[in-house]
Design a protein around this ligand. Structure first.
Ligand code: HEM
Length: 450
């Protein structure tokens, strides 16, 4: 059994400022120097193993997942602001919740949500058309997609009755807390200062307000006795299989907030990157439109049409290969372990560098090139299951995977049918990892009616 190659401590210290600014180049350099799995000390004795080896990743996320729990970053830091939900818990509690909530994302349930998604896309298209006619045809695509996916996730989660002001306030507040959280995680050495200067208190206050808002929705829905076709209804009325009971209000509040956080920014950044790619590849956009036209002519696609939009699925999948919104997935090793000949010491953090695997020459030919045909169904079977895993893997696979794919296929195909996008600046922005993999600069696109 071999020890994992380790980055000398002095090198980690020298690289610290650059790492805090953008970890991607530092991680890539280390992978080039030390191989596909390396270890780095993150202050004190905390070992952090970084890997792009699909066998190692499959081992930690799937084959021996019981030994690898969510790290403290996810559980404690996220949990402090978001509470105890699917994303932030482990063990028996998580499993019971997962079993309870999973059926809410089955096909029959997703079929009920497509109308809300389509309504929001239709409203967005009408609004953008109006702006274009007024001559406002340069858009910041990140802001556009943040807004559109915010409306979709809010309305599919809390119901179409949510007002625009409520949607906006909710989105803004969650965004503020996430921004603070990233600072806490990235530069923990300054957390004492954030406590003194009131930043932490402010974040807690906002998080309290967000939670109160969600609780307000839960109580209002329960008191009204009305039934709706949304995720909140699913959370309120799902029964535990062992006891037949329902969740307490506080549990519903936590799970709803987690679904929002997990489902908003990921879909927003992914669709933004996709439009950036389409602006570079008009031939791909034409094929998307052709597919939609052939499937639905001028009408809005329904749930039964989603499998027919296979090319748009390939485009979205390839976009998430190049720009995987979840760029890293981390775990904590409970006991000593061995995988692919490496020794994993108990207490190590181990991180699957999703972005690195997706861009590795070892698993992808011309890895930086955009080529949706890589995701033709026949080609997908040939690959290692963990050479592509934008939604994670094993028992903690993203619960919203099919929700997100449907949402993104609808957005990409319906907007491509109506609009033509071109990049305003000739340079392509670099990816920068925050909570998700965002573009380093805003992506400005010129939009024309198609
Ligand atoms: C492009 C969109 C999305 C991407 C790339 C994405 C990615 C991921 C990844 C990588 C994980 C696993 C994290 C880990 O193993 O530590 C995850 C988990 C999760 N995602 Fe997503 N996600 C997306 C959309 C959504 C949506 C739309 C929802 C809900 C509406 C959602 C809800 C969740 C939840 C609740 C978990 C935790 C599951 C568990 O641990 O049981 N995600 N997601």
């Amino acid at each position: 059994m071999k020890n994992i190659p380790t980055v000398p401590r002095f090198r980690s210290i020298v690289n610290l400022t650059r790492f805090l600014d953008n970890p991607l180049p530092i991680i890539k350099d280390a992978l080039n120097t030390y191989g596909d799995t390396y270890m780095v000390y993150l202050g004190g004795t905390l070992r952090n193993i970084m890997t792009i080896n699909p066998d190692v990743i499959q081992h930690i996320l799937q084959k021996n997942h019981k030994n690898y729990i969510k790290s403290d970053i996810t559980k404690k830091r996220l949990g402090k602001y978001l509470g105890r939900g699917l994303l932030t818990t482990d063990g028996a509690y998580w499993l019971r919740q997962r079993r309870l909530i999973q059926p809410g994302f089955h096909k029959a349930k997703l079929a009920l949500l497509i109308q809300t998604m389509n309504d929001e896309i239709t409203r967005y298209i009408a609004n953008l058309e109006k702006r274009i006619l007024k001559g406002q045809n340069i858009v910041n695509i990140n802001n556009e997609m943040m807004e559109l996916t915010l409306n979709i996730v809010c309305k599919t989660l809390f119901g179409s009755g949510m007002t625009q002001n409520q949607v906006q306030d909710f989105g803004k507040n969650v965004h503020k807390v996430q921004g603070y959280l990233v600072r806490e995680i990235r530069s923990p050495i300054f957390n004492w200062w954030r406590k003194i200067n009131g930043q932490e208190r402010k974040a807690r206050e906002i998080s309290h307000a967000i939670n109160e808002t969600v609780m307000g929705f839960v109580r209002k829905r329960r008191d009204s006795g009305e039934r709706h076709e949304d995720l909140l209804d699913m959370l309120i009325y799902s029964q535990y299989e062992d006891t037949g009971t329902f969740m307490e209000d506080k549990q519903i509040q936590d799970e709803a907030l987690i679904l929002f956080v997990a489902g908003h920014e990921t879909s927003a950044v992914s669709t933004s990157w996709t439009f950036m790619l389409l602006s570079q590849h008009p031939e791909v956009r034409r094929l998307i439109v052709q597919e939609l036209d052939e499937t639905k002519d001028d009408q809005i696609p329904g749930f039964e049409d989603i499998p027919k939009l296979d090319y748009s699925r390939q485009v979205v999948s390839e976009s998430m290969r190049l720009y995987s919104p979840a760029w890293i997935i981390d775990r904590l090793a409970l006991e000593d372990d061995e995988v692919a000949g490496y020794k994993i010491p108990k207490g190590s953090m181990i991180a699957a560098f999703v972005h690195g695997v997706h861009r590795s020459e070892k698993y992808w030919s011309n890895p930086d090139q955009f080529d949706p045909s890589r995701f033709e169904k026949s080609k997908m079977k040939e690959r290692h299951p963990f050479s592509y895993f934008p939604f994670g893997g094993g028992p903690r696979l993203c619960i919203g995977q099919h929700f997100a794919l449907m949402e993104m296929q609808l957005i990409i195909s319906r907007l491509s049918q109506k609009f033509n996008y071109t990049l305003v600046n000739p340079s392509i922005p670099e990816p920068k990892p925050l909570v998700t993999l965002r573009p380093e600069e805003d992506i400005m696109l010129r939009v024309e009616l198609a």
